[in-house]
Design a protein around this ligand. Sequence first.
Ligand code: UD1
Length: 337
Amino acid sequence: MKILVTGGAGFIGSHTVVELLHAGFEPIIVDNFSNSNLSIVGKIQEITGRKISFYQIDCKLDDHLEPIFLENPEIEGVIHFAAYKAVGESVSEPEKYYHNNIASLTCVCRMMKKYGVNKFVFSSSCTVYGNPEVIPVNEKAPIKEALNPYAHTKQLAEEILFGLCQYNQDLEVVILRYFNPIGAHESGLIGELPIGVPNNLVPYITQTAAGWRDSLVVFGKDYSTADGTCIRDFIHVEDLAKAHLKALMWKNPESNLEVFNIGSGVGHSVQSLIDIFIKETGIDFPVKYGERRPGDIPAIFASAEKALGLLNWKTERTLEEALRHAWNWQQTLEKTE
Ligand code: UD1
């Protein structure tokens, strides 16, 4: 079964492509390498021993995307990862985020319609919940006012998909709301490739542990949590990747759109993550405690019951493994900035 994977060379995309290959699917990667690297395609081939088709294109452009559908009439589904994801950048350059994240979605959906492809898995985020009133947060929680343009593009994308499904009953959409993906492939061959100074916690930790950064700044130690630091639901990227296979195979005769939280169901504080990293790797590094980061919410973690009940998916990897794998990956990298 041929599956088009937009953003397939990215962090979550590349791990998903590996899982697709292991499960016997034929993924086709499209990526403009704006936040990834051609070398990742080779590494996927090294891990799986399989040759893979890939196209360096921009999937928000019809004339880039259409030839791929024409050349691959057997495409049966699309997993759409291609999007910008840096929260801070989305605040300083909102136009870039709205254009890229929405235009790529609508372009892909139009091509799917034109070429009779109906199965669509969308990469959303728990950020759509804003600051939730109840945690663990389940899929019925209200979608609150977006905290930043990145979050808003995810909300808008979900709304567009709801609309399309309402008017096109042939379309089958699964929206996956990811919590905090971390880690790297256990082979150490693929992982996250942050460009410049990382925004996210785990790449910042591994780069500080590697001596690339002077110290990690913990954003806020005065939250009303047990140790005063924020709480998140960290999930191993390999577990997250596997959820996409379950989503592809999901069928519900009653509804052509389903939303799933993809998280572990357990919250860990930023401080506890740091402590576990140090314990697992034996590498200590300087940590400073700074101001709260604007837009951060104190605590969020998933109710992962729906994914377990309907998709038969749950996390299998531990936080310890995720941090060890992130560190293994870090040690293969060379400093760029
Ligand atoms: C954010 C987005 C999420 C997105 C994810 C990946 C929001 C609310 N969340 O998650 O949707 O999927 O990025 O791009 O938009 N921290 C530090 N020091 C650092 C870095 C982070 O203390 O140097 C703390 C943060 O304050 C936060 C936690 O670590 O409490 C996790 O931060 P981060 O990895 O950036 O992810 P989120 O902000 O949770």
